[in-house]
Design a protein around this ligand. Structure first.
Ligand code: SAM
Length: 320
């Protein structure tokens, strides 16, 4: 797919002003400037270690958190991608700190998240077996209320090259309330409608991110938009505020904005913040609004275009 020059889009950013004039009212970390803030003030990115940034936000700021932390599996192994042998290493941030180090890091960021969650907020954490058991242990230790463990079944996993293990084809996503008193949001009817009228189970079969989702280059552990859309649609309502402390290419942020939620993302690597900024601009500026909701702007009017099955259902059910 052809790559795009985002600077060509700058003028469109200024031109599309009607729904983008509001100043941000999102909670911010004391003394820190945003790396990127959308003109409507509903999408903000910060550049630093989340362990430095999170303590600077006011307590009880967020309605939902999605965290896709380092899996600590970049330790020199190999895997197969598109028929080629490639290193599994993702970057320095993904190198294991050893069991004790990984556990301490996990407990630290989870307790900061807990401080930032509103009383009825929930947190979702994704991970493979390299980290998810430590996450589960730390959640229990900190008094979170575990609500579900989702199994994301990957429809096209890479083969196992050693032939000594089953092919790794799933990821676990833990869903938890802030504490034992949390009265969490669950948009049950919507999930049922998206599952052809049957109760949705905790096993989700979803494809890896499409080529279109990686138009500006890909993040090594980019999550599919469909996964984040489901998570956000299930556990939040419009205008609520979502945090991603390990935002990467901001899949969580794009999905939040598509669903009219507000978003704050934190990220250590500038390269990924750039990717996030470009993804946001392509989605909400070049196309006027979201391609997923299939809305386009023409002559300053919002014009609906082609159909999208799952979100047609979403719109229908949202009216119930
Ligand atoms: C597993 S990836 C998240 C990918 C993301 N879900 C996406 O769809 O693009 C984890 C991200 O966290 C970032 N990271 C690692 N340690 C961090 C820290 N202490 N503070 C903030 N970001 C961190 C990494 O640079 C990486 O981009």
């Amino acid at each position: 797919m052809e790559s795009r020059n985002i600077d060509e889009l700058e003028f469109i950013d200024d031109a599309l002003t009607p729904r983008r004039t509001k100043k941000s009212a999102l909670p911010s970390p004391d003394g820190f400037k945003t790396y990127f803030s959308s003109q409507d003030g509903n999408f903000e990115l910060y550049h630093d270690d989340c362990l430095e940034l999170m303590p600077l936000f006011p307590a009880e700021s967020f309605d939902m958190i999605f965290a896709d932390p380092p899996y600590f599996l970049s330790n020199g192994g190999i895997t197969c991608h598109a028929g080629k042998m490639v290193s599994v290493n993702k970057g320095k941030w993904d190198k294991s700190k050893g069991f004790q180090g990984n556990y301490e890091f996990t407990k630290k960021w989870l307790s900061e998240c807990q401080r930032l969650m509103k009383p009825n907020a929930t947190i979702w954490i994704s991970g493979t077996n390299h980290i998810i058991h430590i996450v589960g242990f730390a959640l229990e230790e900190l008094g979170f209320k575990i609500l579900n463990d989702i199994t994301w079944v990957k429809t096209n996993p890479p083969p196992n090259l050693s032939c000594r293990y089953f092919t790794h084809a799933t990821e676990t996503i833990l869903w938890a309330g802030r504490d034992s008193k949390t009265r969490h949001t669950f948009n049950y009817k919507l999930m049922k409608a998206l599952n052809s009228g049957k109760q949705m189970t905790s096993v989700w079969r979803l494809d890896a991110p499409s080529r279109e989702e990686k138009i500006f280059g890909k993040h090594p552990t980019q999550k599919p938009l469909a996964l984040l859309e489901r998570i956000i649609a299930a556990s939040t309502n419009e205008k609520e505020l979502v945090l991603d402390p390990f935002t990467g290419s901001s899949t969580t942020g794009i999905a939040s904005s598509r669903l009219k939620r507000q978003f704050v993302g934190l990220e250590l690597e500038k390269e990924y913040l750039e990717l996030s900024r470009k993804r946001y601009k392509l989605e909400f500026i070049e196309y006027g609004f979201s391609r997923l909701l299939n809305i386009k702007i023409k002559d300053n009017e919002i014009v609906k275009s082609s159909k999208n099955l799952s979100f047609e259902a979403f719109e229908e059910v949202a009216k119930i």
